[in-house]
Ligand binder design. Structure first.
Ligand SMILES: Cc1cc2nc3c(=O)[nH]c(=O)nc-3n(C[C@H](O)[C@H](O)[C@H](O)COP(=O)(O)O)c2cc1C
Ligand code: SF4
Ligand code: SF4
Length: 273
C-alpha cells in the first residue's frame, strides 16, 4: 500500500468525522501518507477519482431514506478502483441505515474495489438537533478505531477480501426501496420539493450557505432563492451562524417531530469484519 485516502460526502460533517478517524487510524497503523477527497460540493465532483492496487480508500456517505443519496449515484459510478482496497462507511441519523451500506458495498465492488470490512455509524440527524445529538461521540469513535484496526490487519495479511454479502451475512437480493415518511393516517409525505426558507431579519448576507450547499442551489446574489434541487441535507441550516434558515413545510415538520418521538433511543453502530 502506498497511501490512505479519506473520501467523503458530508453536508453536516458527521460522515467526515468518522471517515477521518478511520483514515487517521489506518495512516498510523500502516505508516502511510493520508490524502483527502471531499466530494460534498459540486467542485469536489468535477473529476472522477481513480485509484489503483496500492491505494487504501476509506469512503463514506450519509444514509438518506434508507439508501445512498440518489443524486450522488452518477458520481459514485465514475469511481475507478482498479484493485484498490476499500473500507465503506455510512452515517445514519439514529433511525436505521437500511440498505445504505449494502448499496455502497455493491457499487464499490462493481467499480473494481476489494472490501476490507464495513461499518454503519450514528450521526446527529440532519433534520434535527436532538436525534442522535452530538454523535458520533467518543464511544462511537472507539468503534470506528476498532473497525479501522481490523481493516489494517486484513491489509497486512493481504486478504481474504470478503464480498459485501458475506460481510453483511446476507444472501444476494434486490435492494429495498427508499424509505417513505408517512402521516398519522399512513399516507406518504412527499418532501421532495421542500426547500428551506430564509429569515431576512437574521441573515447577515455572509454567503457561507452558498458555499456549503452540495447542490450549488443557493443564489449568491439573492440568498432567499434556492434555484436548483434541494436534497434537504441540512448544511445551510446547521451551518448558518445566525440561524437564519428554517423549514416551514407542514409535512416536513410533521416528519421531523415523528422521527424525534419514534427514534429517541440510542441506536447502535454496526461493524462488519
Ligand atoms: C434527506 C435525508 C434523509 C435521511 N434519511 C435517513 C434515514 O433513512 N435513516 C437515518 O437514520 N437517518 C437518515 N438521515 C440522517 C443522516 O443520515 C444523518 O444526519 C447523517 O449523519 C448525515 O451525514 P453528514 O453529517 O455527513 O451530512 C437522513 C438525512 C437526510 C438529509
Ligand atoms: S449562512 Fe446564514 S447569515 Fe450567512 S448568508 Fe447564509 S443564511 Fe445568511
Ligand atoms: S439548500 Fe437544500 S441542498 Fe442546499 S444546503 Fe440547504 S438543505 Fe442542503
Amino acid at each position: 500500500m502506498q497511501a490512505v485516502h479519506a473520501v467523503f460526502f458530508s453536508p453536516t460533517g458527521t460522515t467526515k468525522k468518522v471517515v477521518s478517524m478511520a483514515a487517521q487510524t489506518l495512516e498510523k497503523a500502516l505508516s502511510l501518507p493520508l490524502k483527502q477527497h471531499d466530494f460534498t460540493t459540486p467542485a469536489g465532483r468535477d473529476q472522477a477519482l481513480v485509484f489503483g492496487p496500492h491505494d487504501l480508500v476509506v469512503i463514506g456517505l450519509p444514509v438518506y431514506a434508507g439508501r445512498l443519496p440518489n443524486l450522488l449515484l452518477p458520481f459514485l459510478n465514475t469511481l475507478e478502483g482498479h484493485g484498490a482496497r476499500a473500507l465503506p462507511l455510512v452515517l445514519f441519523g439514529n433511525r436505521n441505515y437500511d440498505d445504505g451500506l449494502l448499496e455502497l458495498g455493491l457499487i464499490l465492488e462493481n467499480q473494481g474495489f476489494s472490501l476490507l470490512a464495513a461499518g454503519a455509524f450514528v450521526g446527529e440527524h440532519a433534520f434535527s438537533r436532538i436525534l442522535g445529538a452530538g454523535r458520533p461521540d467518543e464511544a462511537d469513535l472507539k468503534d470506528v478505531r476498532h473497525l479501522a484496526l481490523s481493516a489494517a490487519e486484513r491489509i497486512k495479511k493481504d486478504g481474504p477480501y470478503p464480498r459485501i454479502w458475506d460481510l453483511l451475512g446476507e444472501a444476494p437480493r434486490d435492494l429495498k426501496p427508499y424509505y417513505t415518511p408517512r402521516d398519522s393516517q399512513g399516507n406518504p409525505i412527499n418532501i421532495l420539493k421542500v426547500k428551506p426558507r430564509l429569515d431576512a431579519q437574521k441573515c447577515t448576507a455572509c454567503g457561507r450557505c452558498v458555499g456549503l450547499c452540495p447542490m450549488g442551489s443557493i443564489h449568491p446574489d439573492d440568498l432567499a432563492q434556492i434555484n436548483g434541487i434541494c436534497i434537504k441535507c441540512g448544511a445551510c441550516i446547521k451551518g448558518c451562524p445566525t440561524g437564519a434558515r428554517y423549514y416551514e413545510d407542514p409535512g416536513y415538520l410533521y416528519h421531523q417531530e415523528e422521527l424525534e418521538k419514534q427514534y429517541a433511543r440510542r441506536a447502535e453502530n454496526s461493524v462488519f469484519l
